[in-house]
Design a protein around this ligand. Structure first.
Ligand code: DOR
Ligand code: ZN
Length: 345
């Protein structure tokens, strides 16, 4: 296939940061996607509807002239989130869910949740008012191997949670394991998952074989090859529970290339091209539109986009470096060739 026209996609998991950094990256997402679920892990985190509305205005103000990109906001759940905030979120046209970070699980998660059970009354309110709960599904216990943290979270916390709240809509974000994919597949309706392009394309060898490559480091960390294959199978099989979420997460180059490099891969510069590469690798380009443009909108009960976007088979070189505020940003696969290109904005 040389050309692929599809309904314009949305990104159901995106980090834009704020200020000058946000102004540098937002146009990459707006070039491809009509909408994106915006992660609230700023410092300080976005915990209130009023803060989310103000953050949304800053994003809109940073967009290129004429852009119709629509940021869909989320709130950061903490141990002290009030029931009233859930009620305000339910009423708000700009907030589309709460994001649950286990405290310490990932970048900017210090203010996250220390225990789930005390939050059960909040989950009951979300369930009653149909507010989606978006979960970073990893335990943080130091005695649990980092490659097992998603599976242990599912067994210990997620399975009980989805049983206890049978009408709560839950997104298990950026799944990385066969267990994650199978859990979502086999769960009741109302349980979905996002899948990143980098987890569809690479296994943990990319991160660790032949040298440590910090630009492949993200959380949840890349896993073994059979897990990558299970994610690809989930993404291409037409199951509406699985949808596109880049988890594109920009960090200054020097913070990734450091003795304690931080987690996050910046993929927004070529997101759809990376997904097309993954789908083409298993001859499933005809499945890309549903995954990228239909399933997420249906899950969030938003209208599907009506405009179209075209990808062309044409080799080009990904940028070596970009800018991020006053810093340098090394994009994912910096300088590498790629075979697909979005040809219509
Ligand atoms: O790799 C990651 N980076 N995983 C996350 O969950 C957060 C993200 C970030 O904000 O940098
Ligand atoms: Zn994320």
């Amino acid at each position: 296939m040389q050309k692929l026209t599809l309904t314009q996609p949305d990104d159901w998991h995106l980090h834009l940061r704020d200020g000058a950094a946000m102004r540098d990256v937002v146009r990459d997402s707006a070039r491809q996607f009509a909408r994106a679920i915006i992660m609230p892990n700023l410092r300080p985190p976005v915990t209130r509807v009023t803060e989310a509305a103000a953050y949304r205005q800053r994003i809109l103000a940073a967009l290129p002239e004429g852009s119709r990109f629509d940021p869909l906001m989320t709130l950061y759940l903490t141990d002290t989130t009030a029931t009233d905030e859930v009620l305000r979120a339910a009423e708000s046209p700009v907030v589309h869910g709460f994001k649950l970070y286990p405290a310490g699980a990932t970048t900017h998660s210090e203010a996250g949740v220390s225990q789930l059970e005390p939050l059960y009354p909040l989950f009951a309110t979300m369930e009653r008012h149909d507010v989606p709960l978006l979960i970073h599904g990893e335990v943080t216990d130091s005695d649990i191997d980092i490659f097992d943290r998603e599976q242990v979270f599912i067994d210990r916390h997620l399975a009980p949670l989805v049983n206890r709240f049978p009408a709560l809509r839950v997104v298990l974000e950026h799944i990385t394991t066969r267990e994650g994919a199978h859990f979502v597949r086999d769960s009741r309706p109302g349980i979905g998952a996002t899948i990143t392009a980098h987890h569809l394309l690479y296994n943990r060898n990319a991160l660790l074989a032949g040298g440590i490559r910090p630009h492949f480091y993200c959380l949840p960390v890349l896993k073994r090859e059979p897990h990558r294959q299970a994610l690809l199978a989930a993404a291409i099989n037409g199951n509406p529970k699985f949808f596109l979420g880049t988890d594109s997460a920009p960090h200054p180059r020097q913070q990734k290339e450091s003795p304690c490099g931080c987690a996050g891969c910046y993929t927004a510069h070529a997101a759809l091209e990376l997904y097309a590469t993954a789908f083409e690798s298993v001859n499933a380009l005809d499945r890309l539109e549903a995954f990228a443009s239909f399933h997420g909108a249906d899950f969030y009960r938003l209208p599907r986009n009506t405009r179209q976007i075209t990808l062309e088979k044409s080799s080009w070189q990904l940028p070596q470096q970009l800018t991020l505020g006053g810093d340098t940003l090394t994009p994912f696969l910096s300088g590498a060739p790629i075979e697909w290109r979005v040809s219509t904005p």
